[in-house]
Design a protein around this ligand. Structure first.
Ligand SMILES: N[C@@H](CCC(=O)N[C@@H](CS)C(=O)NCC(=O)O)C(=O)O
Length: 219
């Protein structure tokens, strides 16, 4: 059985959403990052970076959320979930993915690290205004890159890059970053998909279970 190592509400959500879209079975393996499980020798064997997500699918072990989405789309997408390698649509798909990972996500991640991820002694709050400015610039550019925005990033067909973009916009919204109206409508459209709803319900159940286990351990 394929395994997804992850933490609900993190970048592993991109992969559980993709698995739901592709209707693929898997076992979810929770990684207790806060307890240092990401740095355990067993987990470092899977991903030397000590980060989630990691997908193990037969003889394939992969880290990096977008690499996993691309793999799943290529392998199980029946030619629909991701355009064929070498096509103009695939080039645009990959360009959008690179833009999101290197430009759009970075100010969110940097701000998160300096708000709550790093220990307090390492946080530099003075960096936050430049993160907000970088977010503004990257989100405006994304809206222009997608203009005119049809249903999804590549047209009428939902593809793997929509998961990356919509998840990153959701992250931005939760962190109270402003979204251009067209991107907000697009984010909502992606999250209204039946597979997104199923995936969110599964994530919520995992979070509830983790909370219940933590409470039982404390009692
Ligand atoms: N570029 C990686 C980033 C993975 C990443 O930073 N994951 C976070 C959770 S969202 C993590 O595992 N952090 C643990 C740590 O930094 O030790 C990807 O897209 O998969």
């Amino acid at each position: 059985m394929r395994k997804l190592y992850g933490v609900p509400g993190t970048r592993s959500s991109r992969v559980s959403w993709a698995l739901a879209e592709l209707e693929l079975d898997y076992e979810f393996v929770p990684v207790r990052l806060r307890e240092g499980e990401g740095r355990s020798p067993a987990f470092l064997q899977l991903n030397p970076a000590g980060k989630v997500p990691v997908l193990v699918d037969g003889d394939v072990t992969l880290a990096e959320s977008q690499a996993i989405l691309t793999y799943l789309g290529d392998r199980y997408g029946s030619g629909q979930a991701i355009p064929a390698a070498g096509s103009a649509r695939r080039a645009r798909h990959d360009m959008l993915a690179c833009f999101v990972l290197s430009e759009l996500e970075q100010p969110l991640w940097l701000a998160a690290r300096h708000r709550f991820v790093y220990p307090e002694s390492h946080r530099v709050p003075a960096i936050l205004p430049s993160c907000a400015a970088e977010w503004q610039r990257a989100s405006t550019a994304l809206a222009a890159l997608l203009d005119p925005l049809p249903d999804y990033a590549l047209g009428a067909q939902f593809t793997m890059v929509d998961i990356l973009i919509a998840h990153t916009l959701q992250w931005a919204k939760q962190a109270e970053n402003p979204l251009p109206d067209t991107l907000e409508a697009y984010r909502a459209r992606c999250y209204a998909r039946p597979a997104a709803t199923r995936h969110q319900a599964a994530e919520q159940a995992r979070m509830d279970q983790a909370r219940a286990q933590a409470a039982a351990a404390e009692a």
